[in-house]
Write a protein that binds this ligand. Structure first.
Ligand code: ADP
Ligand code: F6P
Length: 487
């Protein structure tokens, strides 16, 4: 078959001592997504963005799916070296891709973890495929490991991986430091348990030495689920580390890009109108239909004062397009865009510009700096790095305003945002109206608070905090936490 490409409060509740991370050990990152070595920093997806910082200046290996789909899942990884980082990637067989990625990961776990039980599906064969791919990843990774590697597994695709690695490694495997970080929310126990086999997934998580989540709310939910499933020791190994971005790097990139040719073209096209920007994968958790409707209400209401005065630019790169819910969302957004533009456009003004492609990170940064408003309204989101990127991109003397969902993990930190309930289009419209007319002094005061938080909880603080706990906790403390299993 032809190939297709498709802090501050960090870890506060964790019991083990955090003596500091050990940069002499090799860091092995295991994640379904592996960025393309030739496109550093260009991926659409928060996981890859957050992790770039963790590996910088340290010997590391990044293991995961190649992004290629072939006849059968590969057993030997393809190795590519880029300075001190080795990429080790496996092609996925078409059936495994369908069952593991499209099926259990994205049609079962993703909606459930985002509190969407109504669209959560379950299929036993998908689940078996998910476990089989985790076993195949573990088997392909094990021979590449050195005894003192630190292993950091990421996200909901790979819950079972740590346990499988331990079993393959015998006594040495049992003693390995293996950490896990969940980039998406962890819902209340009653929601989690609605998914068949949820108890097995909790047992999978209990195999890790440190289990990281984005917020204290997620941590409380996960601890409760683990404790009540009989994994009290594992519950004590849960901590919250809010993921961040390279704040200074993104700010510098935005400043440069705002002086570049693409920013100039965008500015010229606005002919003085205020810009509202949205940047999200095309995903139903991002609240895009409600957001579009809210923008329509902004145009329709407020005595018509925004008609012809504002332009909303939404980037929404197509994501997981073989999953039915994502295809349906795309149709819905195509229709809403057509309706809003059809109703309000003038021959020289298109109120909503909607682009379903990924664009270069530097272009995005420059556009964010030009935008008077950053519109980030997910229905539920682990953290949402776009909110932090928008803040970092601003001109300190004339910053824009962030309109942010109360259900994004980032809302915990970004108190200077105009916080909205993303299910209420009228509230979105009111926040937009307020943002568009906010005086400079208020914009600066709000932005300063947010920028301080984005700087403090940046990507380096996130990975340092997690790894300090994983690598700094003494082996005996971790073993004791495992109920003696690792001794
Ligand atoms: P998620 O992990 O659910 O995708 P995040 O907001 O945490 O959500 O991260 C999304 C990342 O993907 C951000 O770094 C953002 O800049 C990037 N991104 C989103 N849309 C695009 C796009 N159209 N082009 C390039 N990068 C994008
Ligand atoms: O951040 C959440 C996440 O699901 C990551 O695990 C993932 O890499 C990213 O969103 C993009 O999704 P996908 O890898 O399915 O394209």
């Amino acid at each position: 078959m032809a190939r297709r490409t498709e802090s501050r409060h960090a870890g506060a509740a964790y019991g083990a001592p955090a003596a500091g991370m050990d940069r002499t050990r090799r860091l092995v990152i295991v994640a379904n997504r592996v960025p393309n070595p030739r496109e550093r920093g260009a991926s659409a997806g928060g996981l890859a963005v957050a992790l770039q910082e963790a590996i910088s200046g340290r010997e590391a290996m990044w293991f995961g799916w190649s992004g290629q789909i072939t006849e059968t899942t590969a057993t030997t990884p393809r190795l590519t070296r880029h300075r001190r980082l080795t990429y080790a990637t496996l092609d996925l067989g078409a059936e495994d891709y369908r069952r593991y990625y499209q099926g259990f990961a994205n049609a079962s776990l993703w909606p459930m973890l985002h509190y969407r039980l109504g669209i959560t599906q379950f299929d036993r064969e998908d689940y078996a495929g998910y476990r089989a791919v985790n076993a195949a990843f573990a088997a392909a990774l094990a021979p590449l490991l050195r005894p003192d590697d630190t292993i950091w597994v990421h996200d909901f695709h790979l819950f079972p991986l740590g346990g499988k690695l331990r079993r393959l490694g015998g006594a040495a495997g049992a003693r390995r430091r293996i950490g896990f970080f969940l980039h998406v929310p962890f819902p209340p126990r009653s929601v989690f348990l609605a998914l068949p086999r949820a108890d097995e997934l909790l047992a999978d998580l209990a195999a890790y030495d440190v289990i990281g989540v984005q917020t204290e709310e997620d941590a409380a939910h996960l601890r409760d689920a683990l404790r009540r499933a009989g994994h009290a020791a594992a519950a004590r190994r849960v901590g919250a580390w809010p993921a961040g971005i390279d704040a200074e790097g993104f700010a510098a990139m935005a400043e440069r890009a705002a002086r570049g040719p693409e920013a100039a073209r965008l500015r010229a096209s606005l002919v003085g109108r205020a810009l509202v920007i949205g940047v999200d994968r095309l995903d139903y958790t991002k609240g895009l239909p409600h957001r579009f409707i809210g923008y329509g209400r902004l145009l329709a209401g407020f005595d018509g004062r925004h008609l012809g005065d504002v332009t909303y630019l939404q980037f929404a790169p197509v994501s997981r397009s073989e999953v039915a819910q994502y295809r349906a969302l795309r149709r819905e957004l195509d229709e809403l865009t057509g309706r809003i533009n059809g109703q309000y456009a003038e021959f020289d003004w298109v109120p909503l510009r909607y682009i379903t492609r990924a664009v270069a990170r530097t272009t995005l940064a420059g556009f964010m700096r030009i935008a008077r408003v950053g519109l980030v309204t997910p229905l539920r989101d682990g953290m949402n790095l776009v909110a932090k990127e928008y803040v970092a991109a601003q001109n300190p003397e004339d910053p824009g305003v962030l309109v942010l969902s109360q259900f994004a993990g980032a809302a915990g930190d970004l108190k200077g945002a105009l916080v909205v309930n993303p299910l209420d289009p009228d509230e979105i419209a009111e926040a937009l109206d307020r943002a568009l007319s906010m005086p400079t002094a208020e914009r600066i005061a709000r932005w300063r608070q947010m920028m301080e938080a984005v700087r403090t909880n940046d990507a380096a603080a996130w990975s340092r905090g997690f790894l300090a706990t994983l690598e700094g906790g003494s082996a005996s403390a971790l073993a004791a936490e495992h109920g003696g299993k690792a001794a």
